[in-house]
Design a binder for this molecule. Structure first.
Ligand code: PEP
Length: 249
């Protein structure tokens, strides 16, 4: 079902004491929300965070996982491991994973398949680079990223997929897509899904925007008809900023 969602990606920030402070601050700020709220701490802090938030309205999710069920993959974490510590949702395809860890469509396809086999929800991230936008290739790039990884899936799998459009040029740069640019891309994505599958399915998918969302711009961006929330990096590290964004709904 299409929902409003705000997810905080903490990336490689916060050790255990800092994680505890931020979690307590988040719980202090608000007791409920009109949107589904998620936070993604680092792997070592997932179980701690899960235990702290399990009776709250905030879901703890993972930033990444490996596609293999187990084995000789030093430094990696499997879906089963995440599930064993209470995690049911994973972010896949973040631009930093694509850029710094060489995650391509082939790898992401395997990760998506593994997450689905393990009955996990996926926040699937994609988005164009600045040169793609400057050369007017942004729609094609986004179309390929979605098609190559997700369009082999059966219709039933889409109940577990949340999309996150994150133009790379807007991530951590302070540069935000205008609400109109976000809406234009989100409408394009919804139309792609309608063409490949059907309009009912397309209208059920939550499409989040990510890229320098802040308390000052969240309301306007979330106000667009095809924007169903946000994936928040920098601003999710501050409880007050994050909750102001959540409360933009
Ligand atoms: C992100 O990394 O997904 C992100 C959107 O970061 P920021 O909000 O800092 O641009």
């Amino acid at each position: 079902m299409r929902k409003n969602i705000v997810a905080g990606n903490w990336k490689m920030n916060n050790d255990l004491p800092q994680t505890e402070v931020l979690l307590l601050d988040l719980l202090d700020q608000t007791k409920s929300s009109n949107a589904e709220v998620m936070v993604a701490p680092t792997f070592p802090n997932l179980y701690f965070a899960y235990k702290k938030l399990k009776d709250s309205f905030i879901e703890v999710i993972a930033q990444n996982m490996h596609f293999a069920p187990k084995g000789a993959y030093t430094g990696e974490v499997s879906a089963a491991m995440l599930k064993s510590v209470g995690i049911k949702t994973v972010i896949l395809g973040h631009s930093e994973r694509r850029e710094y860890f060489c995650e391509d469509d082939t790898i992401l396809k395997q990760k998506v398949a593994t997450a689905l086999e393990n009955e996990m929800r996926i926040i699937f991230c994609f988005g164009e680079k600045l040169e793609d936008r400057k050369t007017n290739h942004h729609f094609k790039v986004v179309e390929n990223q979605i098609k190559n990884v997700l369009f082999g899936l059966p219709e039933t799998a889409w109940t577990s997929i949340i999309l996150a459009y994150e133009p790379v040029w807007a991530i951590g740069t302070g540069e935000t897509a205008t609400p109109e640019q976000a809406q234009e891309m989100h409408a394009f994505i919804r139309n792609l899904i309608a063409e490949k599958y059907n309009t009912t399915l397309a209208n059920e998918i939550s499409i989040l925007y990510g890229g320098s969302v802040k308390p000052g711009n969240a309301k306007e961006i979330f106000g667009k008809p095809d924007v169903d929330g946000g994936l928040i990096g920098g601003a999710s590290l501050n409880a007050s900023d994050f909750m102001q964004i959540v409360n933009a709904f």
